[in-house]
Design a protein around this ligand. Sequence first.
Ligand code: EPU
Length: 441
Amino acid sequence: MTQKFYVKGGTPLKGEVEIGGAKNSVLKLMAAAVLVKGATKIYNVPDLTDVEVMLSVIEGLGAKTVYDKKEKSIVIDSTDLTSITAKYELVSKMRASFIILGALMSRCREAIVALPGGCAIGERRVDFHIKGLEALGAKIKIENGYVHAKASKLVGTDIYLDVPSVGATENLMLAATLATGSTRIQNAAQEPEIVDLANFLNAIGADINGAGTSEIVINGVTADKLHPIEYTTIPDRIEAGTYMSAIIATRGKGIIKNVFPAHLTFFTDKLLKMGANIKLLEPNVLEVSCKNRLNSINFVTQPYPGFPTDLQSMAMALLSTANGVGIITESLYENRFMQVPELRRMGADIHQDRNHAIIKGVKKLTGAGVAASDLRAGASLVVAALMAEGNSVIENLHHIDRGYENFESKLRLLGGKIERRDDEIMTPDNLTEGTHNESYI
Ligand code: EPU
């Protein structure tokens, strides 16, 4: 039975929310644990379906894993690997598992990894990953939908990325960790998740400098230099930005705990320009509030430290009821406006022309039945439903479950009227106060 969110909008969110570990970091740390013989323990692991997929990929290689959801930790013991293959069944579920290519090349000098296809938000090619590995000396064949990479040895070199790709930077950092000599990645991605991966790799014994800048130098080390560690994942900046948006959208006031504000500077700056209030209470604690109608702004999504594409849909939900006209330009993906037709169903006035969206703020959104097309589009529909007048039903929760742990529980702690239900009969039309067990729907 498919599950749906039932949301009654219009209640200002109030209270506290604790941010979990970063999805886009922990998946790469898990892959990096494959480099080390011995048991590595990762803390602050969010409970997400994507984490389960990465566990399956790693177990498929022969590594032993223990996932303690209560402790939010994973132990990965990669002492004995028995396979170099990541199957299509897994990679097609989650493109991030392609990161295992670099880890396997580092550790085994050979890897057979399914080539990820396109996805809802864009073509998402992996040509920079492949070209970079070839530059390090790998021979690569693409056969039957799989990348088969092999190298007698990997030798460090200079690699220039045409685009500061997060995944390519990470794959090449992993591959170069056990290469001979130095690798310099120029025009590298600078995301906090890259820094987290470099910190993890350095902690296991790698020699990486410059992560967080556009030039990363990886001095190859020998495998005997690596050792298992315990490591804590950074907080999820996109999860934090999503709750900030939900609080602001509902004109509420909330405290966001376990956030690294420096990772959200560009986003925070835009929220302040729109008229939201954001206060730093403690180094990792933000207070977010909003009393009045927001003002419209324009922005372009860009690689870090620019406006994060993963929060573009959340900002669009905010702009949909802001005062004036806002223009969003999506510069990273060809198809990341999947939320537009759904927001229109809720009354938003949005005109889309290729990678530009022109949002004319309306006074209010109204609840509707809508469907998530991908993770972040789905989250933005929840934000929109929480601020809309009336009831909404949101379908395709499997997309949202990939990236938000306990989403509805955390929103309910903030006073959000949201429930996950299995029943397939109800529609927004028959959702009226008091008709169901939960009094608010
Ligand atoms: N690109 C290429 N060729 C390549 C690699 C990338 O053309 O070889 C293009 C992509 O098609 C895309 C752009 O470059 O248009 C940026 O892609 P990038 O490689 O930087 O993204 P990614 O590593 O595939 C990660 C996050 C995404 C996030 C982007 C950008 C993970 C698992 N995913 O993807 O997160 O949007 O960086 O910040 O780390 C999400 O969490 O919802 C999500 C999609």
